[in-house]
Design a protein around this ligand. Structure first.
Ligand code: GDP
Ligand code: MG
Length: 163
């Protein structure tokens, strides 16, 4: 049996970078310009000996804040509906933002099964962000670095029981 993991969170936290790492192909666009990926992308992910389906949700923040919230909300809700479990990513260097709180609320209201990930936490970066992340009430955050591949063993261990 396999499962579907949706990577959700506000733009620029590193969702597509993690998607690309787990899929091993450049299916999702990554760019320094926030919001380059424009839709939901699905790929076959591999993490050590585990295989699953992964969904990347897009950023659309070139639009105004209002429509960003509406569009991101709808995309996130679609992803949550398709997924068995959501990896909710934060930027550990930034900490918890009001926008993160909006996403947390969507996930809570949908009753989604959530894994909280604090990304960009390579080395000691993201320690403060990880502490802040507890305040979301979504459980213990995993410190990850999508770019440098750190925390992938911890991610494996929380996903293993779902498989
Ligand atoms: P998305 O909008 O959530 O899909 O974010 P992207 O994957 O496009 O990444 C946004 C920016 O964050 C890019 O410049 C990435 O190179 C950078 N980034 C992603 N993951 C990491 C990480 O683990 N550490 C650091 N330092 N930067 C990262
Ligand atoms: Mg993206």
């Amino acid at each position: 049996m396999s499962f579907t993991l949706a990577i959700v969170g506000r733009p620029n936290v590193g969702k597509s970078t993690l998607f690309n790492r787990l899929v091993g192909r450049k299916l999702a666009l990554v760019d320094d310009t926030p919001g380059v990926t424009r839709d939901l992308r699905e790929g076959d992910a591999r993490l050590f000996d585990m295989r699953f389906t992964i969904i990347d949700t897009a950023g659309l923040e070139e639009v105004t804040d209002d429509s960003l919230q509406g569009r991101m909300r709808r995309l996130t809700e679609r992803a949550v509906d398709m997924a068995d479990v959501c990896l909710f990513l934060l930027d550990g260097r930034v900490g918890v933002t009001p926008s993160d709180q909006v996403f947390a609320e969507i996930l809570r209201r949908k009753g989604a099964r959530v894994i909280l990930g604090v990304n960009k936490a390579e080395g000691k970066a993201g320690e403060a962000g990880a502490l802040e992340a507890y305040s979301l009430g979504l459980g213990e955050p995993l410190r990850l670095s999508a770019e440098h591949g750190e925390g992938m063993d911890d991610l494996y261990h929380v996903l293993r029981p779902i498989e």
